[in-house]
Design a protein around this ligand. Sequence first.
Ligand code: PAP
Length: 619
Amino acid sequence: MSRFPSLPGSEYEEDDAKYNMICDKHKHLLETLPKGSGWRIQHLYNYSGFWLGPMTLKSNLLLHTYFKYEPTDIILASFMKSGTTWLKALMFSTLNRDHYSFSNHHLHNNSPQSTFPYLDAESYPMTDFTTFSAPRLFATHFARTLLPACMSSCKFVYVCRDPKDILVSKWHFMSKLRSKDLPPLSFDEAFELFCLGVSEFGPFWEHVLSYWRASLESPDKILFLRYEELMKQPEVVVRKLADFMGKPVTMEEEKKGVVGEIINLCSFENLRNLEVNKKGVEKFGKLVEVEKQQFFRKGEIGDWKNYLSEEMKDRIDGIIDEKFKGSDSFNRDLLKSGKQLSYSTKQFTHNMSMNKIGPTISHRLQVSMKGGHHNVNGTPTDFKNFSRSVKLFVDRMLHYSVTHLDKRNDPINVFVVKFDKEDNSASCSCMCFMRIGYLCRHVFCVYRVNNVDTIPSRYIAERWTKDLLPKRIFDISNGYGVDSTPRSLLRFEILDSVTECVDALRSDDDGLSFFATRIRELKDHIFRNIVSNFNSKKCNDDVIEDLLGITGNVEVSCSNPEGIRNKGTGKSRRIGSSFERSAEKPKKAPRLYRTCFKYVTDHDSRNCKKKNPDSNTST
Ligand code: PAP
């Protein structure tokens, strides 16, 4: 394993230290990761669920440490032998169509592989990509989950191909590159390895699904293309690519036939016959060299028929069906173009009509589901909306509007609850669970409607439950001002034990019912044998003695508490309580009566003696 020596204090010292750490990690991984048979070299290593060769594993570590992505980057992602060379040529010539004339094009003298770099072949020190102008193009065979998560803001073009053709193409390619020290790899062995998923950058299905799942998160960031679709309708795909890369084909260009020029330039026949692609080698990193002509073999759909028996075909198809079962809408449609509508597609249309979406929208959704909007003259926004709807469908999410009413039944607010019937998960637009960790009542409304009577375990906030915190926190001695008499301590101990048991058995129905039975038995026993004896012995006197600490035959007299003397007044007056004071009749404030011109509280103008001297005599 080559390490990178650096002079102490040099400006690269820190980087070199990082690189040496990567080397150590790489060495450790090679020693510890599960191994499988390689197609080109002896071993592949299973790293995070994907099979990689030792050098690609190292490139992956380097990528995570040194690659600085730009949000404008566009990445061509593919499983090996899915049409990367073709797509490289198409993407490069579509994006740079203003820079080169088609009669004297860059691709006439440079191979498609050299047009933009592979991220998987990077070695140390990594190429400086900062000089590339935006949008930068890169290619990778790494599954989406092996790329840095932050790259989710970049755009991805994912090209996929019938796995049976991939198997055949890859076997030919790898056989040519296979180390001379190893025995040749037979097609049967390659088939077996492919079916087991042991294949560079594989398993194939996990690779496809990694991008498919990412596309559900951000449908507008990943463009799915099929090799077969490209063969049948190249002009549609080129327009789609141009749109996606932010350089749509203009009317003027359409008139000039630019799309046709791009397709001809990148066609299999044209590229294969260019001198530049016939001779010489393509370098991948420092160690791998591939003859350029190896990238152009047959370029056909269905070459597998010449290699696979009926049984082999069924086995691969069965694996694909099985692996993509949970992703119905993706399913085989993405892999097989031009076939009859699959059962899942029909089911999809049916579901859409059940959801009161008419056949037109339903058809549009189908089209977008297959990765295109060309049949419906849709704009990119339409496409985005369709994809979103597809996502909703694919997610199997049911949407409920929960209306919040006031006392007069007027709506105050409407919340949208998304509910997944499969696993009873739900999310509400009020984000209550996200914010404070409790399910809101809107979700409970939906649960009630759907007869969900247990809260899914993921929503049970375990962080505050007693059994997860250190036991000593709940020790009675930590309580503030608690009664610590032996009897009280015993009572606490009993309650704690019961709570602990209930907490521990929280999600174990059998355990809970066992515990409930035992507790019931114990309770019956206590009430039958202990409490009844205890009660019969007790009389009023015992209770009084218990409460007041005196025997029942002592006379008990109670009197009101004595008043507190007012300091210094000498008067034996109790200070009234606030209640007594408020109950007292408030004294009237004296007022000046203009009739008698006195400050008085006992009369007013109606019964003033001065005004009415006889008032005393009147009744
Ligand atoms: P890679 O993964 O090594 O980069 P990749 O370019 O993805 O290889 O796939 C090579 C396949 O694409 C070959 O298929 P085959 O073995 O079945 O023939 C190759 O012939 C085919 N191919 C290359 N360029 C083109 C093209 N311009 N048009 C159609 N197919 C092409």
